[in-house]
Each structure stands twice: as C-alpha cells, then as structure tokens.
Ligand binder design. Sequence first.
Ligand code: URA
Length: 435
Amino acid sequence: MRMVDIIEKKRDGQALTQAEIKWFVEGYTKGEIPDYQASALAMAIYFQDMNQTERAELTMSMAESGDMIDLSSIHGIKADKHSTGGVGDKTTIALAPLVAAVDVPVAKMSGRGLGHTGGTIDKLEAIPGFSSEMDTSKFIKLVNENKIAVAGQTGNLTPADKKLYSLRDVTGTVNSTALIASSIMSKKIASGADAIVLDVKTGSGAFMKSLEDSVELANAMVEIGTKVGRKTMAVISDMNQPLGKAVGNALEIKEAVDVLKGKGPEDVRELCLVLGSHMVYLAKKAESVAAARQKLEQVIASGEAIHVLKMFIRAQGGNDAIVDDETLYPQANYHIAVKAETEGFVKEITADKIGVAAMQLGAGRATKEDEIDLAVGLILEKKIGDYVEKGDTLVTLHASKSDVKEVEKIVLDSYTIVYEETEKPTLIYKEIHAE
Ligand code: URA
C-alpha cells in the first residue's frame, strides 16, 4: 500500500477500507508514516468525513494500537462513563461508588487535568493517602473485591490516538466529528468496559458549543460503540455554567461526597442520578431506567453509597475519615469574597473563565509539568437564575495568597447580571440511544 493513494482516495471523497485504515494507523504509530502525510489524511477526513463503518474501523485500529485492558475476569457487565469535559464536573467521584453500591462493577480509568478543566485523578488525590497507581492485576482484584477501582491511564493505552491527537491539535483538524468520536471511543474500548454511558456537554464552557454539534458527536459515538459491540448511550448535558458550586480539587471532592450523603447541589445530584440510572440499566441490574434510579436513591438514603465510598477510599490507600471530617482536606489559607457590583439576575457564568480563574489560583495545570495546589479553588455562591443585590458574594475564592486581584477580575468578567428575570438552564437536553 502507498500512503499517497490513501490520501488521494479520501481527498476525492471515497470510503477507505478496513485494511487501508489499519495499515495507516499501524504505520503511523510505528513512525513509518511521516507527520506530513498523516496531517494530509486528517485534513482530507476533516473535509470529506468518514462513514459509520470507517469510523468504527478507525476506532478499533486506534484501540488496538496499544494495550487492550482485558476485564473479562471481572464478574458481571462492567459499566463506564465518559464526559467530554467541563468545569466543576465531579460526577465520576460520586457516580462510581453510587453505581457500585447497586452491584455494578466499575473499573474506571481516568486522567489528569490539563488546561481549565480538572482531571478526576487529581481531584481524588486531594484525599490524603489516595493513590490511583496500580497494575492491571491489582485493578481487577479491587473491582472483584469492592466493585470499584479508579486507576490512572496506563502508559500504553491508544498510542495511535495520542500521536494523532497531538498532530490534529497543530494542524487545524481537531474539529471533525469522525476524528473526535473515534478518538474518544478508542480510549473507552481499549479500557475494556462492556457498557458505556457518555456525558456529552453542550454550551459555552463545553468542547461542543452548540446543541446541534453536541447531538452530532453523541450520535457518532453511540453508533461507533454499538457497531463494535458495546452497549452505548449518551446524555447531552448543560455546560453553560460550571456544574455544581465547587471548582477545585478538594472542594469538588467535598461536593461529590455531599451528593452521596443525599445533599449537595441539585444539578450535580440530578446528573449523577441520570447517568447512574443508565449505567445500572445497561449493566442489567434493573428492569428499567426508572427502577435503576429508585435503586440509586435507596442506596443514598440507606447510607450504602457512603459505605462503598469509604471502602473504595481505604482500598486505594486513602484516609476515609475525610468523609465525616472536613478539616482533614487540604485547606486554603484565605477565603476571599468576590462581590456583585450591580443588582439583578445572573444571566451567564462563562464556565471557561471560571476554569481559568481556578487554574490561576493554582487548582489546574497550564503545562503538563505544573504542580497543582489541591486546596485552592472557588465556590459559586450564585448561579444562573439567582437574584443578587449589589455587594452580595458571587463567588468565594479559596486561595493560597491574599492578593488575587487578577482572579477576582476574571470571576467578575465571567458573570453577566441583568435587570430582567432569567431562567435556570435546562440540565439534560437529550438522551441518545442506539437504534
Ligand atoms: N477529546 C479526545 O479525547 N479526542 C478528541 O479528538 C477531542 C476531544
């Protein structure tokens, strides 16, 4: 085969065969196909798109380019959840113990944060002693024993995707539905889950800003998952403002723990229940999605969800006493109120800007090498739809230093306050199921 023929074929709008896609992915991963030819192909795909079969082939070839985690020795249907990323998204931390508490095995691989959205592994490290480093055999043992383990992604998961994603980032080819969907799904398939619930965020703070684009991406991923034999569904959820009130590692853990105690902000709780019910239903632990939800509500009310959370924390070396004693979390030195300069109704809270403010406080990384401060972050005291008086606290900053004028400015810029009454945004826009 010759790479130039494959590029020309796609450039001219023809579908690539399984053999051609596999040959490209293998050759590119090994370094036998140069970046300039891979970029030309990515650009051809950007303009000409790929059909469903090509997308599924690209996904499988990328998944098979590195380790494929074999979870077959874990009993039952393993459920996984993936979010396309948002500010304040701590759902995994509440959701994983929640569904494990109704007997669904959760073998979750998560990443660290880069840029303005945080990573689950960083957040979990705010629990003193907690470690997500383990080999596959320990990972499987923990899931078999406790129904739950959360591990950092292994070094050799989907190397083809890593290489191609970095190349797309600098060649203007990130924004192709075929390439995004295959990239995300290749990682999910390689991580070994049988059932996958996708949380596709939409809105100003999301990767996909419009509902139409989010639906297109969700459909593409559900089609790929289904085609390669995984039960897959997607929920389109709001990211026009950060999720919940807390942004920052330790602060988000506290909020997730609150949800498992039957407290916490309504949006986080609702999203966990919606995503969780689909995971439980796909894992065949309930007759219907409504019955699954009831089971989840029961384990929150009975305290079983908190019991599983504590077991999970202990099993991964963490101090489970944090669940009952908030003084054990890393604490920020300063609590600084950012106050409203006008009265009115909150119309917008640009999630990206709040993410950047949290990053500037030290909660996130601008580069891979940056150290993060687990204690810092912010609490949104007012959300879209709330009425504020001039001088009311909009946000409380948890900071390591007292002079955070720049951050205060970013936070104020992120809020739009208007005279007319505003409505709370819809939390769940759509659910997408396999046909
Ligand atoms: N996230 C991914 O993992 N891949 C993409 O291509 C885009 C977002």
